[in-house]
Design a protein around this ligand. Structure first.
Ligand code: SF4
Length: 205
């Protein structure tokens, strides 16, 4: 039992998450403070991998080039502007602190120990934010939300997370990720965007 499992309000979660240094205490490398959404309600919960170098400075998710690419993908769903993206989506991540840069470039992928240490935060966010659809961005988020499902079987399909809510998956929007450009994958990505459009249209306003 982790004492975070008992957090019963999003305000309390944000208050306790903001100074979190659990990874540091466990000897796991992190290079920023936690980056997380401050919303109390949202049209969807978007779960990414971890903040990058830019987000580590801004302390805001998806402020770098990957965020711009993600907003371009989500434009048909009305989420292309920063106002809509940050105002309508609760943006969570598998790991909430920047894991650092690799010596030869690119960001460190959060280690299993980091993911395990951060997991109770994500589980409480999912429990406390009553959004009708969850969006996984990248393979690490997909592994957390739908373990064992390959990206090519998840993108373009609607899965379910443990509590029954629909899960729509997207590839990681990093410019270094070749997946969106591989043969046959562009239509899958378009289908995921269509699914998000339909789910958001159904949201009562
Ligand atoms: S990655 Fe998660 S668990 Fe680790 S220090 Fe940051 S917020 Fe805490």
């Amino acid at each position: 039992m982790d004492d975070r499992d008992a957090i019963d309000s999003i305000d309390e979660l944000h208050r306790r998450l903001e100074p979190c240094r659990l990874c540091v205490e466990a000897g796991i490398r992190v290079e920023s403070m936690p980056v997380f959404s401050r919303l109390h309600r949202a049209d969807a919960i978007l779960v990414g991998q971890a903040p990058g170098a830019r987000e580590a400075v801004d302390l805001r998710p998806f402020t770098g080039p990957a965020g711009r690419r993600l907003r371009a993908w989500l434009e048909p769903a009305g989420l292309g502007t920063e106002e809509a993206f940050y105002g309508r989506l609760y943006i969570a991540a598998v790991a909430k602190c920047f894991p650092g840069k690799r010596p030869r470039g690119g960001d460190v992928r959060p280690s299993p120990a980091m993911v395990r240490t951060c997991r109770p935060w994500l589980l409480r966010e999912l429990a406390l934010i009553d959004a009708p659809v969850v969006i996984a961005v990248g393979t690490l988020a997909l592994a957390e939300l739908a373990p064992g499902v390959a990206l090519e079987h998840a993108v373009g399909a609607e899965l379910r997370i443990d509590d029954g809510r629909p899960l729509v998956s997207l590839p990681h929007p990093s410019g270094a990720n070749p997946w969106p450009h591989l043969p046959g994958n562009a239509p899958l990505l378009r289908r995921s965007i269509d699914l998000i459009c339909r789910r958001l249209e159904r949201r009562p306003r």
